[in-house]
Design a protein around this ligand. Structure first.
Ligand SMILES: NC(=O)c1ccc[n+]([C@@H]2O[C@H](COP(=O)([O-])OP(=O)(O)OC[C@H]3O[C@@H](n4cnc5c(N)ncnc54)[C@H](O)[C@@H]3O)[C@@H](O)[C@H]2O)c1
Ligand SMILES: N[C@H](CO)Cc1c[nH]c[nH+]1
Ligand SMILES: [Zn+2]
Length: 434
């Protein structure tokens, strides 16, 4: 299943080209299909959202049931256990403590000539949080509620709308509802996929339009976010999950196999890649993957992911491994090396880096504190983890004194004239010459 390929080689280049087909928008027919869904929701509003939801997720969803009611949230609190609430609140505390460091206040500067310049930092008024639920709400990513909601709240966003696919019976998983309430979500809508993103971006009779849409999701969600971007703000393209492990002979093959599978089980389009300096280790990992797969409930999904986008590259040393990893720019990068810290500085492109064998990627998914909403499909070359800044805007503030305008006015007039913009020049001249 994971065939060892030497790198560099022609075969490795072919494999890399295949992995690159996961790039967002690489399949124009899929993008066209998602565009059509968006246009349908724009045109028909609630009717389209309900129709898609019934077709894909909840066949009997009632006409007036797109939004979760207060009594559903109260019932959810009755259903969840106190152990869950304890775990949830600890995770919230960890994630909050980490994200608090990302808060940057407004700043202002004044000069002796009386000029004043500054930057006001303001939250968006309304944010839409997409929470993956799987088809028919089978895999509600409760942890994603925390990863989306906590930075939004810290940023000061007042209106937090959440969208997630409902279960077959039209309800939402109670643990997810409780998590939403705990982080201060204001409205919860039972709608997933591209139609959920469209409703948040364009608004419908029962879904209020938001200013930014954030959160992870499958390929339909990621493409929908890409297409609505501009009409609303988006965070980043956080599509099907990925893991890349760099390992030397010191690593534990069973740990590596487990970590590769932990991301492969997310989606048939997930990707799991091992780059190893040691052929014997690589063979042991392959055996262990085969062995552990048998025990996984989501064995079919993980198998498909490994067959499509699994890869095992053999390299001569850690330097080559890091060069290759930087080319791929993975969402999650694990350094399963004898001395991982000595290599950290060479990592140029990765959504998150995990060091040492006591750090399975899953600690980042749930508990450590950094955000698990991360760039995929090579977008870690230019994008970063979801954070407080995705919910903030910066407004520049400028005030000139008469003395400063007299000093700079001629230079401004000259620049405006070079651009052929006479009215700009005149707006300054009138103040200098009266
Ligand atoms: N990059 C990140 O930060 C990150 C974080 C968490 C999860 N993820 C990814 O999020 C995704 C979660 O996917 P999921 O499927 O479990 O939940 P999801 O909510 O993203 O997708 C399920 C929705 O898609 C709909 N859908 C299924 N088939 C469809 C089709 N043919 N056309 C249109 N819509 C369709 C379902 O009916 C459902 O509404 C996974 O790919 C996972 O790897 C990424
Ligand atoms: N690994 C996912 C990001 O790619 C996040 C997640 C949530 N729950 C489990 N995993
Ligand atoms: Zn995960």
């Amino acid at each position: 299943m994971l065939k060892a390929i030497p790198y560099p080689s022609q075969e490795a280049e072919e494999k890399l080209a295949h992995i690159a087909t996961r790039k967002m928008g690489a399949d124009p027919s899929l993008e066209k299909r998602v565009f059509e869904i968006l246009e349908t929701v724009k045109r028909e509003g609630d009717a389209a959202v309900i129709r898609f939801t019934r077709q894909f997720d909840a066949p009997s969803l009632g006409e007036d049931r797109l939004t979760v009611r207060e009594e559903e949230i109260r019932a959810a609190y009755d259903e969840v256990d106190t152990n869950f609430l304890d775990i949830l609140r600890t995770a919230i505390a960890n994630i909050e403590a980490f994200h608090r460091q990302q808060l940057h206040p407004s700043h202002f500067m004044t000069k002796p000539d009386g000029t004043f310049m500054g930057q006001m930092v303001r939250p968006v008024s309304a944010a839409g949080l997409y929470i993956p639920g799987g088809k028919g709400g089978e895999t509600p990513l409760i942890s994603s509620v925390l990863m989306n909601g906590i930075p939004a709240r810290l940023a000061g966003v007042k209106d937090l709308a959440l969208a997630t696919p409902p279960r077959k019976d039209g309800t939402i998983n109670p643990y997810l509802l409780v998590a939403a309430k705990e982080v201060g979500v204001t409205r919860i809508h039972k709608m997933g996929s591209a139609w959920g993103i469209a409703a948040l971006a364009y608004g419908t009779a029962s879904v209020q339009r938001v200013d930014v849409v954030v959160g992870p999701g499958n390929i339909y969600v990621a493409l929908a976010k890409k297409l609505v971007s501009g009409e609303v703000g988006i965070d980043l393209l956080a599509g099907p999950s990925e893991i890349l492990v760099i390992a030397d002979a010191h690593a534990r093959p069973d740990y590596i196999a487990a970590d590769l599978l932990s991301q492969a089980e997310h989606d048939p389009l997930a990707s799991a890649v091992l780059i190893s300096t040691d052929r014997a280790l690589a063979e042991k990992v392959t055996d262990s993957v085969r062995d552990q797969l048998k025990r996984l409930p989501r064995c079919d999904i993980a198998t498909e992911a490994l067959e499509r986008y699994g890869a095992l590259f053999l390299v001569k040393d850690v330097e080559d491994a890091i060069r290759l990893s930087n080319r791929i720019a993975p969402e999650h990068l694990e350094l399963q090396l004898r001395d991982p810290w000595s290599h950290l500085g060479k990592i140029e492109h990765a959504g998150a880096v995990f060091l040492g064998d006591a750090t399975p990627e899953a600690v980042g998914d749930y508990f450590a504190g950094p955000n698990h909403v991360l760039p995929t499909a090579g977008t870690a070359r230019f994008a970063s983890a979801l954070g407080v800044e995705n919910f903030l805007k910066r407004t520049s503030v400028i005030s000139y004194s008469k003395t400063a305008l007299e000093r700079d006015g001629r230079a401004i007039i000259r620049m405006a004239e070079l651009e052929g913009l006479g009215a700009h020049a005149a707006s300054v001249r009138i103040r200098l010459e009266g």
